[in-house]
Design a protein around this ligand. Structure first.
Ligand code: AKB
Length: 318
């Protein structure tokens, strides 16, 4: 059952990104084309629906779009991710925090009904157990992206406790989808590897063969996001961010799965600085809070992900 009314108007900031581009379509199906405003730094060729250019470091611009469209919910997906963020740490901090504060402040001042603020497994560091990392593990992130997300989670909780702003958040694992490409993350290899396999090319992996990380399929992560946003307010007991688990695997495990379809597929391993980032992150996630509080349950395992990725990318490249 959906607990929104006919006046729901959703603004998605960062709509051209890996997740944003898929989420926008889901939101359009749910709320109607006229009730979803997609936004990013640049327009997207062939985009269907309402699109506004927003640089989320500009408070007035977000305010303007919120007022013009009478926005009631905001999904703030724009951020500089773990690997890209390390190129210029101070700039990454500035952008990730400024955009977050702008969204939270516009939401507070305009009585926005709900805000979605994604966090990441990047909030974890050496202080957290690597296996079945619990929701309330100690957070000592080792990347500026992780630090910005750990701070953002606390600010989300602050805005809820202090102002009653209904901010909801999920710690995303690496997202795998055929619909869009990731950019600037440490988990990006897990999408790229499928493209190379389908194209018949050798894959150069920037992580070690046995570097296990938590991942999730696009369909699952979109459903998780919508389910969290649809959950009754009283059910949301965790106001920092929720762990969600999809599936955990290493480059060698996904390669083994791909080899079932492409027996000649070759992978070279040349770990770079992203290996150091991956080494600090969990291998698997305990998502019992999300399961208990709003009924989260993943559907795609590695076999199902691989089957779908190969099937869809074959169509895409044919
Ligand atoms: C990244 O690799 O930086 C992201 C993430 C796990 O948040 N995909």
């Amino acid at each position: 059952m959906n607990n929104y009314d006919m006046n729901t108007v959703v603004l998605v900031i960062g709509a051209n990104g890996q997740l944003g581009s898929v989420l926008v379509k889901t939101l359009q199906d749910k709320f109607g084309m006229d009730n979803v405003v997609a936004s990013d730094l640049r327009t997207k060729e062939g985009y269907q629906g309402i699109f506004e250019i927003i640089d989320a470091t500009n408070f007035e611009r977000i305010q303007e779009v919120v007022t013009t469209y009478k926005v009631t919910q905001i999904y703030h997906l724009a951020a500089i991710l773990s690997a890209k963020g390390e190129e210029n740490p101070l700039q990454t901090w500035d952008i990730n925090m400024k955009t977050m504060f702008n969204v939270f402040e516009v939401a507070r001042l305009n009585n926005i009904e709900k805000v979605f603020y994604p966090s990441s497994i990047a909030v974890f560091g050496d202080g957290a157990d690597k296996e079945s990392t619990p929701n309330n593990a100690y957070l000592d992130p080792a990347t500026v992206y992780g630090i910005s997300k750990a701070s953002g989670e606390n600010w989300a909780q602050y805005y809820f406790l202090r102002y009653g702003l209904d901010v909801r958040s999920i710690r995303y694992p690496g997202v795998i989808g055929y619909q869009s490409l990731p950019g600037g993350g440490t988990t990006d290899y897990a999408v790229d590897i499928y493209h190379k396999a389908v194209l018949g090319e050798t894959f150069d992996c920037f992580l070690k063969a046995d570097s296990t990380l938590p991942m999730i399929f696009m369909e699952d992560v979109i459903r998780a996001t919508i389910e969290l946003m649809d959950a009754p307010k009283e059910a949301i007991k965790t106001r920092t961010s929720y762990n969600i688990a999809g599936v955990s695997f290493s480059p060698s495990e996904v390669t083994a799965e791909i080899l079932k379809t492409y027996p000649d597929f070759k992978v070279n391993y040349t770990p770079d600085f992203r290996q150091h980032i991956a080494d600090k992150w969990p291998k698997s996630i305990d998502d019992s809070s999300a399961r208990t509080e709003w009924g989260w349950k993943p559907e795609y395992d590695l076999e199902a992900i691989t089957e779908t990725m190969i099937k869809e990318l074959k169509i895409y490249y044919s």
